[in-house]
Design a protein around this ligand. Structure first.
Ligand code: DX5
Ligand code: ZN
Length: 226
């Protein structure tokens, strides 16, 4: 499998979202990562289904919707109808995670399971075979532009190993503080979907930043793992 780049629009100019998305698509974005925050599970508030619906009209690549909200079950239908192709939910808010994962799949979407930095990999043990992808948070969710937590690199390895043991080929996604300095290491650790917000949009040329980050990720794929 190749590496997919998923620029997070959280750091884009929301007044010019269409242009921002078009730029990163020209730069090779494979997905658009949409961060949904409710001011409860995380301190920040961002966007909801109406904005996803608008993005869906203009985006050429699938929408990867990351729900950082309490009670995500209440909103799965709305995000599916709005045009999400992938929905990820946090294990920390879901006592019935198995039901939620299967509800996402029943909508015809890919279901992702997300771990906060302090959540142990073992939390995936019983759901690993059901998830379509696993998202390892490499910052505490809530804001763009935070610093990558180094422990996330071996954590990606541990998640990959757990998925392999479960017989799952589900890709590992990583989100938070990904940039040119750590992209090779996380790809070598096994990450195959890379979310990047500030490293792409907080630059003068997001198209080029996307292209360069993806090139670095692809180069790391062909470099032997340490
Ligand atoms: C953090 C979000 C991330 C964020 C990534 O809560 O889930 O997707 O936008 O932004 P950077 O790449 O700037 O850490
Ligand atoms: Zn995210």
């Amino acid at each position: 499998m190749s590496v997919l780049l998923a620029p997070s629009i959280l750091s884009a100019d929301f007044a010019a979202l269409g242009a921002a998305i078009a730029a990163v698509e020209r730069g090779g974005a494979d997905l658009i990562h949409v961060d949904v925050m409710d001011g409860h599970f995380v301190p920040n508030i961002t966007i909801g289904p109406p904005v996803v619906r608008s993005i869906k009209r203009i985006a050429k690549v699938p929408l990867d919707v990351h729900l950082m909200i309490e009670e995500p079950d209440r909103y799965l239908d709305a995000f599916a109808e709005a045009g999400a192709s992938m929905i990820s939910v946090h294990v920390e808010v879901l006592p019935h995670l198995h039901r939620t994962v299967h509800a996402i799949k029943a909508l015809g979407l890919k279901a992702g399971v997300v771990l906060n930095p302090s959540t142990p990999v073992v939390a995936l043990e019983q759901i690993a075979g059901d998830a379509d992808y696993v998202l390892v948070m490499s910052v505490n969710p809530g804001f763009g532009g935070q610093t990558f937590i180094p422990r996330s690199e071996p954590k990606v390895r541990d998640v990959r190993a757990l998925l392999d043991r479960a017989g799952s080929a589900a890709p590992v996604e990583i989100d938070g503080g990904i940039d040119q300095r750590n992209v090779s290491a996380v790809v070598a650790a096994g990450a195959r979907i890379l979310v990047a917000g500030s490293a792409i949009f907080d630059t003068p040329d997001p198209e080029r930043a996307a292209r360069d980050l993806k090139a670095a990720a692809m180069a790391a794929l062909t470099t032997p793992a340490r």
